[in-house]
Design a protein around this ligand. Structure first.
Ligand code: HAM
Length: 425
C-alpha cells in the first residue's frame, strides 16, 4: 500500500468542515481590519530563506526541503530551490519585487497556505503544515515602525481567536531590541557563555560563537538551568527600543489585551527586531505555540530591498484546529435536516423539499426510499443531523411533515411553509 509521506497527512471530512469554518472566519476579520490577501509561490530560491530567516536558525540549517533544479533550456540556469518553510520572507520579497512601497501606504497583507519543514513529526508538528499569517509593512513615512502597528496586530489576533471560538490562550510578549542595541547584548551573551558553553549541547556550543541569541531558543532540558542564568535582553535595550516596548504594552493595557512578558522568548527566526510574541494553548501539549510573530524592521534591506519596517504573525492552522477540537465537541456546520422519503415514489418529493430548504439556507441531506425508517433514523444520528423530516404520501398531500428532533426523540407535525423557521429555532 502506498501511504502518505511521513509528516504529511490527509485532511478528511468532518475535520475539513472545521478548517473551512476557521478560514471563513479569519477572512472576515482580516477584511474588517483592512487586510488584503497575497499568494506567493510555494517554492522560492534557497537564498531568500538563507538571507531572510538566517543561516544559523534550525529552520535553515536543518529543516528545509531543498533541491538542485537543473536547467532545461539554454535560457535557464541551474538553481537551488526550497519549499517555503514560512511566508514572511516570500511576502517581503514580493513587496520589493513589485515595489509595493511606492504608493507610500502601509501594506496590510494576509495569506493562508501550506509551509514545509523537515522536523521530527509528532502531534501538532508536521512536515507539511498550514499557516494563516499576516504582514503589515511599508515605508517609515507610512508609520510602519510605530507601536500602534504592533498593538493593532495583537488586537486583531485576539479578534481572530475570538471569532473562531478559541478560549484559554496565553500571550507571551518580549522585545529583542534592534540592530543598534543587539550587538551589546550579543557581546554580553558571548562573555557569559564563554565560561559555561562546554556544559551545553553541541548546537549551543557552536551558536555561542556564531549567533549567541539562538542559544536562548534551545529546547534541550539539560541546558535550561544554564540558559536561565544568562543576561536578560531587557537590560540591554536602548532608549528607543525601551520606549517602543513601553508604548506597545501601554496600548495593550488600554485595549485590555492580557499578556505576560517572557524575556527569554527570542523566537526561532533571525529577522526579528523589537516586539516578539507567541500565543500558547494548554491543550496542545509539547507543541503549545498556536501562533508566533514579531517585528522585522531590517528584513527588507537584508534581502536587498528599501527600508520597509514591518510586523506580522503566523497562526499554525493545524494547531489551531487541534486546540478547537480539544476544547469542544460542538460540531460546526451541523446537518440541520435529514430528509427521509417513506415508500415508493417519494424520493422526488424528498429531493424537492431538500432543494426548497437548501435555498432557504438550511443544510440538508436526503436519504433514499429503500431505507427502512428505523435504519434511516440511525443514519441521521450517525450524520449528526439535528432533525429528521419524513416525506410520505400523506405528508405530501397534507403539505405538512412529520419532524423528529433526534436528540430528544420528540416528534411534531410542521406545515411546509413553517419548516424553515422550525428547523432553525
Ligand atoms: P513560526 O513561529 O516559525 O513563525 O511559525 C508560526 C506558527 O506556525 C507556530 O507557532 C506553529 O503554530 C506553526 N508551526 C510551525 N512549525 C510547524 C510544524 N512543523 N507543524 C505544525 N505547525 C507548525 C513563522 O513562521 C513566522 N513567519 C511568523 C511571522 C510572520 N513573523 C512575522 N511575520
Amino acid at each position: 500500500m502506498i501511504k502518505a509521506v511521513r509528516g504529511t497527512r490527509d485532511l478528511l471530512p468532518p475535520d475539513t468542515g472545521l478548517w473551512n469554518f476557521v478560514e471563513r472566519k479569519v477572512r472576515e476579520i482580516f477584511a474588517r481590519y483592512n487586510y488584503h490577501e497575497i499568494r506567493t509561490p510555494i517554492f522560492e530560491s534557497t537564498e531568500l530563506f538563507a538571507r531572510g530567516v538566517g543561516e544559523e536558525t534550525d529552520i535553515v540549517s536543518k529543516e528545509m526541503f531543498t533541491w538542485e533544479d537543473k536547467a532545461r533550456a539554454a535560457s535557464e540556469k541551474t538553481q537551488t530551490l526550497t519549499l517555503r518553510p514560512e511566508n514572511t520572507a516570500g511576502v517581503v520579497r514580493a513587496y520589493i519585487e513589485h515595489e509595493l512601497g511606492r504608493s507610500g501606504l502601509l501594506q496590510k497583507l494576509y495569506y493562508i497556505g501550506p509551509q514545509f519543514r523537515r522536523e521530527r513529526p509528532q502531534k501538532g508538528r508536521y512536515r507539511q503544515f498550514y499557516q494563516i499569517g499576516a504582514e503589515v509593512l511599508g515605508p517609515a513615512s507610512a508609520g510602519s515602525e510605530l507601536p500602534i502597528r504592533d498593538a493593532e496586530v495583537l488586537d486583531m489576533l485576539t479578534a481572530l481567536l475570538d471569532a473562531v471560538g478559541l478560549k484559554g490562550w496565553t500571550l507571551y510578549l518580549n522585545s529583542v531590541g534592534c540592530l543598534n542595541c543587539r550587538p551589546a547584548y550579543n557581546q554580553a551573551l558571548r562573555e557569559a557563555l564563554a565560561g559555561v558553553k562546554d556544559q551545553l549541547c553541541a548546537d549551543c556550543r557552536r551558536r555561542a560563537e556564531t549567533n549567541p541569541l539562538r542559544v536562548l531558543d534551545c529546547k534541550v532540558p539539560a541546558d535550561q538551568p544554564i540558559i536561565e542564568k544568562l543576561p536578560k535582553i531587557a537590560d540591554y535595550l536602548d532608549e528607543d527600543c525601551r520606549e517602543h516596548f513601553a508604548q506597545v504594552r501601554a496600548m495593550l493595557d488600554t485595549l485590555e489585551v492580557p499578556y505576560q512578558v517572557n524575556e527569554r522568548m527570542v523566537r526561532g527566526l533571525d529577522y526579528y527586531t523589537r516586539t516578539t510574541f507567541e500565543f500558547t494553548h494548554g491543550e496542545l501539549g509539547a507543541q503549545s505555540a498556536v501562533l508566533g510573530g514579531g517585528r522585522y524592521d531590517g528584513l527588507s534591506e537584508q534581502i536587498g530591498g528599501p527600508k520597509a519596517p514591518g510586523i506580522g504573525f503566523a497562526i499554525g492552522e493545524d494547531r489551531l484546529v487541534l486546540a478547537l477540537q480539544a476544547q469542544s465537541q460542538e460540531a460546526l456546520g451541523t446537518l440541520q435536516a435529514f430528509i427521509i422519503p417513506l415508500g415508493a415514489g417519494m424520493s422526488r418529493h424528498a429531493l424537492r423539499l431538500a432543494r426548497e430548504l437548501r435555498s432557504q439556507g438550511i443544510t440538508a441531506d436526503v436519504s433514499d426510499e429503500s431505507f427502512r425508517i428505523k435504519k434511516s433514523f440511525e443514519t441521521a444520528e450517525k450524520l449528526g443531523a439535528e432533525y429528521a423530516v419524513i416525506v410520505g404520501e400523506n405528508e405530501v398531500q397534507a403539505g405538512a411533515f412529520s419532524v423528529k428532533k433526534l436528540k430528544s426523540g420528540e416528534q411534531t407535525t410542521v406545515p411546509r411553509a413553517e419548516l424553515r423557521q422550525f428547523l432553525q429555532s
